[in-house]
Design a protein around this ligand. Structure first.
Ligand code: PMV
Length: 330
């Protein structure tokens, strides 16, 4: 059996940075994200009884590191289906894979939806979200579209550490403009970075303590469609996460000069020109500007002219991961 699925990356406005269990990828705090529309991963999973090992191609090329993580995630679904059959995985991203654009979120979300269909499991969304989380914490959120909340959960088995939809994309249409800055490959991945922060940053306990209040305030702002409140809260939460990263030992400094220039430009656009826009930055140098759709072309133009910004991508908010017709296979 074979099946194809598509998922889009999501961008966190209230961040996940820290695990309470590294094996199950259980987050220590909840988070809140928006799922994008224009960027996607498409993945085809084909079970083949003649294969002795899983095979994976990412944008047409073999990728051993991604294969190992994908295989471990597939094992979780194979266990549920009671089969050991190996699979051929063909996956494509229509955006730069290693550029800090959350390709692991869309990748694992697409993988679990395709594998669920190929194995004939028909698991519910919450279970798929839980399985995607074990591949990459943020992937749990890409099962859903629009605005999405992710619970930290309390159970040791992680059954309650799942995402759920908060507000549809159509209910509050926003846009995300991504400024891709000079590409230095991420030196420390998010998993290792989170552990380093937990062990060494003096700010980590304060970060964890403040998370529930930030999440509740952001959920309230989203439900009320209160852009100014969401802007203030998201920038605060983002800079707080980076303060934790930067105060880790050795420090995690993901920014480059263009990152800071983009953040300053976005603040000036909002404060001086009255544009409805705010920034957020993840474990990389790219800056994501969240704005209203009518402001998006002006925000994109303002960021594109900054030195060090190599490319600007624009997206609306989109749907959660879904199965595609096999004719749309990558
Ligand atoms: O899901 P991971 O392991 O790639 O970690 C995501 C970490 C951040 O992107 C920095 C924050 C988030 O909530 O997405």
């Amino acid at each position: 059996m074979a099946a194809t699925a598509q998922a889009q990356p999501n961008i966190a406005l209230v961040k996940y940075w820290g695990k309470r269990d590294t094996r199950l990828n259980l987050p220590v705090t909840g988070s809140l994200s928006v799922t994008l529309d224009a960027l996607w991963t498409r993945t085809r999973v084909e079970l083949d009884a003649s294969l002795r090992h899983d095979e994976l191609r990412l944008n047409g090329a073999e990728d051993p590191a991604t294969l190992a993580r994908a295989s471990a995630c597939l094992d979780l679904l194979r266990q549920r289906a009671g089969t050991a059959q190996r699979a051929r995985i063909d996956t494509h991203n229509n955006f730069p894979t290693a550029a800090g654009l959350a390709s692991s979120a869309s990748g694992f979300a697409a993988l679990v939806v395709a594998a669920d269909a190929a194995l004939g499991l028909a698991l519910d969304r919450q279970t798929l979200s839980m399985l995607a989380r074990q591949g990459s914490g943020s992937a749990a959120r890409s099962l859903f579209g629009g605005f999405v909340s992710m619970a930290a959960g309390q159970r040791d088995d992680g059954a309650d550490a799942v995402a759920q939809p908060l507000l549809d994309a159509a209910a509050w249409p926003l846009a995300v403009v991504v400024a891709v800055t000079t590409d230095r490959r991420k030196q420390v991945g998010s998993g290792a970075g989170m552990e380093r922060s937990r062990r060494t940053s003096p700010f980590y306990p304060a970060w964890v303590d403040g998370a529930a209040a930030d999440l509740a305030a952001a959920q309230h702002a989203v439900r009320a469609r209160d852009f100014a409140a969401l802007a203030e809260l998201s920038e605060h939460n983002c800079l707080k996460m980076h303060a934790v990263m930067q105060s880790s030992r050795p420090p995690l400094l993901y920014w480059d000069g263009a990152t800071v220039d983009c953040m300053q430009r976005i603040r000036a656009l909002r404060e001086d020109a009255g544009e409805p826009v705010f920034f957020t930055v993840d474990a990389g140098a790219q800056v994501k500007a969240v704005c209203t759709p009518d402001a998006a072309p002006r925000v994109a133009a303002a960021l594109a002219e900054l030195p060090g910004v190599e490319q600007v991508l624009s997206s609306r908010l989109g749907e959660g991961a879904r199965r595609l017709d096999d004719s749309e296979a990558p």
